[in-house]
Design a protein around this ligand. Structure first.
Ligand code: FPP
Length: 248
């Protein structure tokens, strides 16, 4: 059971025995957070990386099964080279630290996205982190890196088409489960709760297939200001909803 700071006790009650299995977060608002403080955007990403550490640790502590975060989209390469390199540098720093304390944390890590354009060093770090943590049973943290939801679906469609062309399956037999099995998220449960901070009300190509029945939680809080208390609010809001999956 997590230990709460005084302020966190004021938040709506979360029933930790019925948490969503899978929470996905769009870590948005780093740039605006920095701008409001007269800092470079890269300082916002550094603060965002700290928030990610805090939230990932909290998710592990409360016993959440899966946390997925959007760290870098297929569209983020359009940002200035300095900003892209700062984000990659923060990832590298985080992974080096994570590897150092993995044995203790037992967090399982996975990367979702096309890692091929990353530097050899970062690619190697991602693979090493995944390999070391393969058998860990703590919270599974998925980092979406060079990830785009439409790109992911196109890749799955191509793979299925290739299997049809090779005579391994028939087009008319393809099911939703077959498509799911060809996504980066193959084998993971769909997200139950998708959180987007920073006041933006869109999905921005984040897990569009997987989020078909997810609950959404939006808040004006910018990602670097997102605390454990904010996550508790999102969890409590989720628990107050009734999920019907298209039924009654
Ligand atoms: C969106 O905010 C944020 C990103 C594109 C990068 C997120 C990266 C990190 C939090 C750091 C590295 C991650 C890990 C997992 C260690 P924005 O820049 O679009 O903000 P804005 O909308 O206010 O401009």
């Amino acid at each position: 059971m997590p230990i709460f700071k005084a302020k966190e006790r004021e938040t709506p009650q979360v029933d930790f025995s019925r948490l969503p299995r899978h929470v996905a977060i769009i870590m948005d608002g780093n740039g605006r957070w920095a701008k409001r403080r007269g800092l470079p955007r890269t300082a916002g990403h550094a603060a965002g990386a700290e928030t990610f550490r805090t939230i990932a640790t909290y998710c592990k502590d409360i016993g959440l099964e899966y946390l997925t975060v959007y760290a870098f989209s297929t569209e983020n390469w359009k940002r200035p080279a300095e900003e892209v390199s700062a984000i990659m540098g923060l990832l590298k720093k985080y992974l080096l630290e994570a590897i150092g304390k993995m044995e203790k944390d037992r967090v399982k890590m996975k990367f979702l996205g096309d890692l091929s354009p990353l530097s050899d060093e970062l690619k190697e770090l991602c693979l090493r982190t995944e390999e070391i943590s393969t058998h860990y049973d703590g919270c599974q943290v998925n980092i979406c890196l060079n990830y785009g939801g439409r790109d992911e679906i196109v890749r799955a469609a191509r793979a299925l088409a290739a299997e049809c062309a090779a005579g391994q399956r028939k087009a008319e037999d393809i099911t939703e489960a077959d498509l799911s099995a060809h996504l980066y998220t193959a084998g993971l449960p769909d997200p139950d709760l998708v959180i987007r901070p920073s006041g933006e009300l869109r999905l921005s190509n984040f897990l569009p297939w997987q989020s078909a029945y997810a609950e959404f939680y939006f808040t004006d809080v910018l990602w670097p200001d997102f605390t454990r208390e904010e996550l508790n609010k999102a969890l409590a809001a989720y628990q107050a909803r009734s999920r019907r999956f298209g039924g009654v």
